[in-house]
Write a protein that binds this ligand. Structure first.
Ligand code: DON
Length: 309
């Protein structure tokens, strides 16, 4: 069902869009550097299948770190909480998403949480399957189930661009391999991880995923419980405590919702029991979060009283 254009959301996009001027498109993954920094779009997806939107709603973007919540859900289902949390922690770091420092200074080699790159790499390592292709396909099918769109796939260009330049992520992997938190070939893991991060969709698809998390893993339209309630709860808790990295505290105060950002400029938000939010605004703040997207969520949260707290 196509999304209905909404005047209320249009007004909020108009108010937030000027903030995109203060941000910068990520270019450490060269293929991401081509995005238009002025873009800002939002979709809200309700459990009854209705959807409202504003902005450049048809633009596709790659999930990047938004995918970390989804791979975590899959791995919790694949392996169970005991296995997963022996290998990745539950604590926020207060450091940037790609920091290596606490890998040495905290429990050596064990990443503090699954939202930072180190933790997400261990999570992706745990995805079950006999080959990179099989593991990727399982993750992709899980995402296609949540978006209810079997055509969702990944951008080969963005995956290749990150694969060719991800020296820091390789360094994180080798560090963790030394301590036995990773025990596969690092190039294979990088192949899988960069494809995961390059899974591509528009705001509508992303808001539908947010809606499934908002409904505790239930897709009310198909009636299927896509993930156990407890898995959705754990993912949403990580979104609150670590979803915006070293901006998570400020985000909790100003917005107060479970949300996950990615360096492509995507943000997935959830309002429990009510709706999912998908945002795209590629201009980022200095912490790697969509600057217009954060503003838009702040306006939305204030206007509709969405904060959990
Ligand atoms: O691993 C990376 O650096 C990227 N593929 C994802 C990082 C990211 O999206 C951080 N979020 N704001």
């Amino acid at each position: 069902m196509p999304c209905q254009s909404s005047d209320e959301l249009k007004a909020l996009v108009k108010e937030a869009r000027p903030y995109t001027k203060n941000g910068k498109v990520a270019d450490y993954i060269p293929a991401l550097g081509k995005e238009n920094p002025n873009d800002l779009s939002v979709a809200i997806y309700y459990p009854d299948g209705q959807c409202i939107s504003a902005g450049e709603i048809d633009k596709k973007f790659t999930l990047q770190s938004v995918s970390k919540v989804i791979s975590l859900a899959l791995v919790l289902m694949d392996r169970g909480q005991g296995y997963v949390f022996e290998r990745v922690g539950m604590e926020p770091t207060g450091d940037p998403f790609n920091s290596i420092i606490k890998l040495e200074t905290a429990a050596p080699g064990k990443p503090l949480n699954p939202m930072i790159n180190a933790g997400a790499l261990v999570v992706t390592h745990m995805i079950k399957g006999n080959s990179v292709q099989e593991r990727f396909q399982r993750l992709l099918s899980f995402i296609q189930e949540m978006t209810n769109d079997p055509t969702v796939t990944y951008s080969e260009e963005v995956a290749r661009s990150e694969f060719e330049t991800a020296y820091l992520n390789r360094a994180l992997c080798y560090f963790m391999k030394q301590y036995n938190f990773i025990n596969e070939d690092v190039e294979l893991l990088m192949d899988l991880y960069t494809k995961q991060c390059a899974i591509e969709m528009n705001c509508l698809d992303l808001s539908r995923i947010g809606m499934v998390f908002a409904m505790d893993g239930l897709d009310p339209l198909s009636g299927k419980q896509i993930m156990p309630i407890d898995v959705a709860r754990i993912c949403k808790t990580f979104m609150v405590t670590c979803g915006m990295y070293n901006a998570s505290g400020e985000f909790a105060i100003k917005i107060g919702l479970p949300a996950k950002s990615g360096v492509s400029g995507g943000i997935m938000g959830t309002v429990s029991g009510r709706f999912g939010i998908g945002i795209f605004g590629p201009a980022l703040d200095e912490k790697g979060n969509s600057i217009g997207g954060m503003k838009l969520l702040e306006l939305l949260s204030k206007k509709y009283g969405l904060s959990l707290f």
